[in-house]
Ligand binder design. Sequence first.
Ligand code: NAD
Ligand code: DAU
Length: 373
Amino acid sequence: MEFKRNIIITGGAGFIGSHVVRLFVNKYADYRIINLDKLTYAGNLANLKDIEDAPNYVFVKADICDFDTIMKLMADYHVDGIIHLAAESHVDRSIKDPFTFARTNVMGTLSLLQAAKLYWESLPEKYEGKRFYHISTDEVYGALELTHPEGVKSEISAHEVYGDEFFKETTKYNPHSPYSASKASSDHFVRAFHDTYGMPTVVTNCSNNYGPYQFPEKLIPLFINNIRHRKPLPVYGKGENVRDWLYVVDHARAIDVIFHEGKIADTYNIGGFNEWKNIDIIKVIIKTVDRLLGNPEGHSLELITYVTDRMGHDLRYAIDSTKLKNELGWEPSLQFEEGIEKTVRWYLDNQEWMDNVTSGDYQKYYENMYSGR
Ligand code: NAD
Ligand code: DAU
């Protein structure tokens, strides 16, 4: 079958990538979606069980650092678009092992860029109709102050905000963790490929995502699972750090809009205007899990355990996504209350998924999936 577009989505077996792959496979039957993923500890093909047999879906197990393989895939599949999500994504791991982050996030991105450049420049039409879309994070902008530690209502946000400043697309980069430094570096490479070679690139910087299929090393799934198993809930420092939370499907929707309509060489911030202090969001999670499990209200508060703070822990992230709303009409579709209820329910209803991840059995899914074919 001839496809209208052939798009590589890197990191499609991860948390956000799996939602992006699902959205594109279901919405664009005439696009071939090539999910390119190394299947590190964070990649789980069970995240895509519902679409794995779709005729417009292909999975390729590969490392983005493997330049020769990427070159071959570009030509074999006539790739005209790349949506790049593959990365090492967990800040705590980057503090312990920064080399892996530099390798994957910096060298891996460079390898993809160079393969795309060589392939696209070899075609008669060159960069026409092509797009390299790089998914980045708000963490590259550094940290904001808590000028209103108790929170205030602001015009910019329907929700409480904790400071006067927001990250805008023009905010200077100031990464603090090895993770955010590696993402900042990869963002610079992407922009350099536009400025130097004229590659049609776009970069987006998003806030904290939450929702189904997130690896349970991250705050929300870790805490839901720990409450269920009556394990301590490790709150870093005083729990006063602020994050801006966005439901993952809304991020995938934004990626769809920006991939198709975003301006070449531009940057868009994506966020929920939904700031929460860690301790407050933790209390919402506890309340929701207790209610859904039929526990008395407040039953799991005793599991809260304050632990040593994360090194270099950024105090506050808050994204201003006004540009994306004004220029491309994107807004979050889900209120936080609805999103968190859906998320907690999903983890409680999908205990098998969680057990497979925590036991390590999920890593056998790939072998089982392909052994019979
Ligand atoms: P994740 O850790 O859940 O998934 C990462 C995926 O990349 C996994 O499937 C993994 O197997 C794959 N991968 C890792 N190294 C690879 C390599 N060398 N080659 C090929 N595949 C490789 O990550 P996530 O939370 O879904 O984040 C996806 C992207 O979005 C990342 O670039 C991250 O920086 C960015 N981001 C994440 C958030 C968030 O809240 N999670 C927010 C903003 C931006
Ligand atoms: O802001 C976007 C970023 O959000 C993404 O770029 C990253 O890939 C993603 O991992 C996420 O980074 P955070 O460090 O904000 O997410 P994490 O879930 O690790 O932590 C959220 C907050 O909760 C943070 O302030 C640290 C705190 N925390 C986290 C864990 C895992 C705890 O207090 N205890 C914990 O056990």
